[in-house]
Ligand binder design. Structure first.
Ligand SMILES: Nc1ncnc2c1ncn2[C@@H]1O[C@H](COP(=O)(O)OP(=O)(O)OP(=O)(O)O)[C@@H](O)[C@H]1O
Ligand SMILES: [Mg+2]
Length: 236
């Protein structure tokens, strides 16, 4: 059976800057997979390429079909949602209006796994602060709204770009609990993180990306050789 997502020798360049040299990876249905690596490794560029938000070479296959040439809106309608780095809520719009944007990408005729009730139960602050301007929420709360917005499209795959960045240890724990719930309803996760250990423990499959290339693949969440991860991470 085809994996839900396959990146085949993906390459991303910005003019003369080579951001991603070669990334080949797979995410199966319902699985959590992470891409860990240092600043500038090419993690965000990889996710943006999956979403069709930057041009790339190589191939992106969704259930075996190439998404070449498709724009982010089309990817959303195929069941891929993204929580970009830095949250990107509309700061002057209310929480509720930000969330409504997520619902727009929902697919017709499919029974939703995730709806408003599900996300409000997952994130009680949504019910509490529905009419508040998003810009007035704390960083951790905005992260929750950003994840909720992506989930409201009822995706099969959610891409998350460093959801724990800048959060307190307690808020980071909360993010991983949320990821567990998301995986629990069968939504596949492609997670980008600099916190390698935590992400690798959480995921069924992990890839270490350094300088635009996959250096190591770890399966099963157990890091048998921590030194190998460190060396792959720092590109040595
Ligand atoms: N729009 C752009 N134009 C030119 N170069 C870019 C652009 N975006 C990223 N780059 C470069 O591409 C490389 C990979 O960047 P990318 O943002 O994908 O890395 P990253 O792994 O997400 O890093 P970080 O952990 O800091 O978020 C870097 O060298 C970066 O400077
Ligand atoms: Mg990044």
């Amino acid at each position: 059976m085809n994996p839900l997502l396959r990146l085949d020798d993906l390459r991303v360049t910005y003019g003369r800057v080579v951001a991603v040299k070669s990334v080949t990876l797979e995410v199966n249905e319902g699985q959590a997979v992470c891409l860990v690596g240092p600043n500038g490794a090419g993690k965000s560029s990889t996710l943006l390429a999956v979403m069709g938000a930057v041009r790339s070479r190589g191939d992106v296959l969704l259930r075996g079909t190439s998404t070449r040439g498709l724009r982010p809106e089309a990817l959303a309608h195929l069941g891929v949602a993204m929580v970009p780095e830095g949250r990107h809520l509309f700061q002057t719009m209310s929480v509720q209006d930000n969330l409504s944007l997520g619902t727009l990408a929902r697919r017709q005729g499919k029974r939703a796994r995730i709806d408003e009730r599900w996300v409000t139960e997952l994130f009680p602050i949504i019910g509490q602060f529905a009419s508040r301007r998003a810009g007035l929420l704390s960083g951790g709360q905005q992260q929750q709204v950003a994840i909720a917005r992506a989930l409201l499209s009822d995706p099969d795959l959610i891409l998350l770009d460093e959801p724990s960045l800048g959060l307190s240890p307690v808020a980071v724990d909360a993010v991983f609990e949320v990821l567990e719930r998301i995986r629990g309803v069968g939504v596949a996760i492609l997670l980008v993180e600099q916190r390698a250990q935590r992400a690798i423990r959480f995921c069924e499959r992990s890839y270490v990306l350094s300088d635009g290339e996959i250096r190591l693949e770890v399966t099963g969440g157990a890091v048998e050789d921590p030194q190998a991860v460190v060396e792959a991470y720092f590109g040595r």
